[in-house]
Each structure stands twice: as C-alpha cells, then as structure tokens.
Design a protein around this ligand. Structure first.
Ligand code: COA
Length: 171
C-alpha cells in the first residue's frame, strides 16, 4: 500500500537522494531540421543508454516550494518537487522520480496529481518541465498523462549529444 504525504525537509534529504533515479532506454530523440520546420524523431540506440539524475547537484540555495513523497511503510519510493515561477504562473516539475521496483503502478501519475492540486491551490496556470532528449521513457509517460510538447533547445546543456525538451499540461 503506497501512500503520499508532504516531504519533511530538510530532514528527509538523504532518503530522497537515495531513490534510484536511473533509467535505461533503447531510444533517444533527435531533431530533424528542415528550414523553419523541426521534428523530434525517436532513434534506436544500441547498446541502450543509461542515465541517472541527482538531487544533490542543486545549488545549495535551491528551495523547492512543495515536495510530495510516495512511501511504502517507512521507505520513500518516489518524490515530486515543485518550484513556482510566479511571474508567469507556472508550477515547474523540478524533480519526479519513482524507484524502479515501484514503476508502472500509477505512482508517477499520483505524484503529478498531488502537484496539480498544489499548483491549483497557488493559482498557477500549468505544470511545466524540462527533460532530456535521452529520457525517452519519461517522455512517453508525460505524453500518456496529458502533457504536450512546448519546445526544445539544442543549446540548453553544455553536453555534446544531449538537449532539453520542454513539456507542459494546463492546470
Ligand atoms: C517517469 C516515471 C516518474 C514514471 O513513473 P511511474 O510510476 O512508472 O508511472 P505510472 O505508473 O504512474 O504511469 C502512468 C502512465 O504512463 C505510462 N507509462 C509510464 N512509463 C511509461 C513508459 N516508459 N513508456 C510508455 N508508457 C509509460 C503507464 O503505462 C501509465 O499509463 P496508464 O495509466 O494508461 O496505464 C518513472 O518511470 C521514473 O522515475 N523514471 C526515471 C526517472 C525519470 O526519468 N524521471 C523524469 C525526469 S524528467
């Protein structure tokens, strides 16, 4: 039985950082350019690519406005952290992770619903997020739960073959 509750921060930063955020993907997105037209094309990668995210890479002054955790008993098995962008009323999904053993059980969707409730309570217009072109699995998840593509930026990261994809969902 998985339940959701607000995170107790900063006390729970260590168990949050212990969530296995990694994914392995047999596809990544590439951009196909044609004058002023762009298309994001899934491309197979062999061997599959692996990537993990770290919540400890954050600048020390980073403050999330709202963090919800999914717990199995005493164990934190998922999290979503939201940062509010007040000037344009966007609730930004800063982190969303579910431990691999718990994926595919609706926990990611439930964490997004908690973020939706929070964003609405703060009079935000939409949920918005940035993810990597490598995170093909998460992009399938976001599309499935109602997000749409709002853009991409091939210069966003100081990395050779990785770029940012932006998605959003109205509140
Ligand atoms: C992305 C992530 C948070 C999704 O969490 P989850 O708990 O596995 O997702 P859910 O079980 O709530 O899935 C919700 C829906 O998305 C679909 N979905 C989830 N992952 C999918 C995938 N890889 N491919 C296609 N559909 C997927 C589910 O089938 C489900 O659809 P349904 O409700 O119609 O059956 C989780 O896979 C994860 O932590 N990934 C690694 C970290 C990561 O990439 N985070 C995002 C960084 S931007």
């Amino acid at each position: 039985m998985i339940s959701l509750r607000p995170a107790r921060l900063p006390d729970e930063i260590e168990p949050l950082a212990a969530i296995d955020t990694s994914f392995i993907t047999p596809y990544i997105y590439r951009v196909q350019h044609d004058d002023l037209t762009f298309r994001l094309i899934p491309e197979p990668v062999d061997p599959p690519r692996r990537k993990a995210f770290s919540i400890q890479d954050e600048p020390p002054d980073m403050v999330w406005d709202h963090t919800t955790v999914a717990v199995d008993g005493d164990r934190i098995v998922g999290m979503i952290a939201i940062v509010l962008s007040h000037w344009n009323r966007r609730a930004i999904v800063w982190h969303l992770y579910v431990d691999p053993a718990y994926r595919g059980q609706g926990i990611g969707r439930r964490l997004l619903e908690a973020a939706t409730d929070y964003g609405r309570s703060q009079s935000m217009r939409c949920l918005a997020l940035e993810t990597s072109n490598l995170d093909y699995p998460a992009i399938q998840f976001y599309l499935r739960v109602g997000f749409t593509l709002s853009g991409f930026d091939e210069t966003y990261y100081d990395l050779v073959d990785e770029f940012a994809i932006f998605l959003s969902r109205p509140l």
